[in-house]
Ligand binder design. Structure first.
Ligand code: FES
Length: 156
């Protein structure tokens, strides 16, 4: 068993390639933030090995009425005026990261509330399980939200 705690410092992140390489004959199990599970799955695919993941994804429990629109939408950052495209299949967090905009996250599954920000315009699709209905009128969990409108203006 390996316990690794980076204290939120990305420079101290676990070296997953090294871990997978050293545990090639082991059965790896992972349950955690989506980013970690995705990175570990990628390392296992590249290095070989066996991985079982457990994903508590609240998105899967939503009806198709609440599914974000197919295709892309844009997010506008109101403080800078930056406009960023969110491609089909991409989360808002992923699009922001691709634009070198850092937003704090933790679970990346819509359960912790770390990535919640206010929005000023647009119709987000709330796929999280942390925001109450009245909070959804002004806030959005970026890690799992989609968008019904073509543009979502964030208070960022
Ligand atoms: Fe946990 Fe978005 S990072 S709800």
């Amino acid at each position: 068993m390996l316990l690794h705690y980076d204290r939120g410092d990305p420079s101290k992140s676990i070296d997953l390639t090294k871990l997978v390489t050293s545990e090639l004959n082991a059965q790896l199990y992972c349950c955690g933030p989506r980013g970690l599970m995705t990175a570990l799955a990628k390392a296992v695919k590249q290095q070989g090995g066996s991985l079982i993941t457990e994903d508590f994804n609240p998105v899967g429990s939503k009806s198709t009425d609440e599914t974000p629109q197919a295709g892309c939408f844009t997010v506008e950052l109101s403080r800078s005026g930056l406009v960023i495209d969110v491609a089909e299949g991409q989360t808002i967090i992923e699009a922001l990261r691709a634009a070198n905009i850092d937003v704090e996250t933790s679970c990346e599954a819509g359960v912790c509330g770390t990535c919640v920000v206010d929005y000023l315009e647009g119709e987000p699709v709330h796929n999280d399980v942390v925001l109450m209905p009245d909070e959804q009128e002004t806030s959005v969990a970026l890690c799992v939200a989609g968008c019904k409108s073509k543009k979502l203006v964030l208070d960022l």
